[in-house]
Design a protein around this ligand. Structure first.
Ligand code: PLP
Length: 339
């Protein structure tokens, strides 16, 4: 039995999802003709109270399109030093948007109104880049899957509005936050200028992310997507998986969170585990002593059939997901106890 906890992207489509994919009506999406892509975009926009949506190949693409569309060359983007848009998108902000970045140091990667204010440049000072956009990440991957609540985001929104800043959400795992807080999707549409959500993470789709925003913004982002080679044709096969996931695979994320907390309980009993980050959603990060390298530890776990990733020199990350079952959990407990 292979227990694959490297990421929540490693899932296989379920029989129901495959059936939905194979029976989807198709058309050429570059001509706006794919009824399934159009239905997914409409469904997601409506769900979040946004005007429009754009279906893309990846979360990196939706984030990069948002940043490119919101900014002009020389503008400055404020985000946390641990954020995906900065650390894990190949330096794309500087390449795609020709924008600079101001990095805040939030608690577990979360920004606050005060932290944002510290990084806003005076628009009257010609020496400085123009602060234009703030990017939040929810849940926060490098922060161990911690999340913002709507009141926290509303305070950040006020700071952005007072200072003429736009606000984008990297919501690759937004539904993991929403099933924990019970907050409605519509609240998010009112707080952000744009939102990116991933279908290929906890929702279990093979491919795909959505960018949500105002109609004009999405029209411009669609133009940039084409320019980047991201226009696709009968993408309805993939969009059908997205519709299926939004209908059937959101509530079950709670099970991933419960299993992550169970893993945390096993880890507490292991002598080599020095610290476990708080487990708020489906991400478990733990610290090893200075004498054990995370790379060695991950290799050792792999020989036992448990796949994980390093998250720093002495940090290891597990992510629970749709295909990690109670049987895997029980087997993992046995393996770790013997470890
Ligand atoms: C996975 C992820 C993305 C998007 O990644 P892709 O692999 O490009 O789809 C964006 N932000 C966060 C926080 C992520 O975890």
């Amino acid at each position: 039995m292979i227990i694959d906890l490297r990421s929540d992207t490693v899932t296989q489509p379920t029989p129901g999802m495959r059936e939905a994919m194979f029976s989807a009506p198709l058309g050429d999406d570059v001509f706006g003709d794919d009824p399934t892509v159009n239905a997914l975009e409409r469904k997601a926009a409506t769900m979040f109270g946004m005007e429009a949506a754009l279906f893309c190949a990846s979360g990196t693409m939706t984030n990069q399109l948002a940043i490119r569309t919101h900014t002009r060359p020389g503008d400055d983007v404020i985000c946390d030093q641990l954020s995906h848009v900065y650390l894990y998108e190949g330096g794309g902000i500087s390449v795609n948007a020709l924008a600079s970045v101001s990095l805040a140091k939030g608690e577990r990667g979360k920004l606050t109104p005060d932290l944002i204010r510290e990084h806003i440049y005076s628009p009257a000072d010609p020496h400085k880049p123009l602060s234009r956009l703030v990017v939040l990440e929810n849940t926060m991957n490098k922060g161990g899957g911690c999340y913002y609540t709507v009141p926290e985001i509303a305070a950040i929104r006020r700071t952005c509005t007072e200072n003429g800043l736009l606000l984008h959400l990297d919501g690759a795992r937004l539904f993991n936050a929403l099933v924990e807080t019970g907050e409605p999707t519509e609240a998010y549409g009112q707080l952000f200028d744009s939102i990116s959500i991933c279908l290929s993470k906890g929702l279990g789709c093979p491919v795909g992310s959505l960018l949500l925003g105002k109609a004009d913004f999405i029209k411009q982002a669609r133009r940039f997507r084409k320019l980047m080679g991201g226009g696709w044709r009968q993408a309805g096969f993939l969009a059908a998986a997205g519709i299926y996931a939004l209908d059937h695979q959101v509530d079950r994320l709670k099970q991933d969170h419960a299993r992550a907390r169970r893993i945390g309980a096993f880890l507490e009993r292991l002598p080599e585990v020095q610290e476990i980050f708080p487990i708020d959603t489906n991400i478990v990060i733990f610290r090893l002593p200075e004498t054990i390298l995370a790379t060695d530890y991950v290799d050792q776990l792999a020989t036992k059939g448990i796949r994980s990733v390093t998250f720093g020199k002495h940090l290891v990350r597990f992510v629970t997901h749709h295909d990690f079952t109670d049987e895997h959990l029980a087997e993992m407990e046995l393996l770790l106890n013997r470890h």
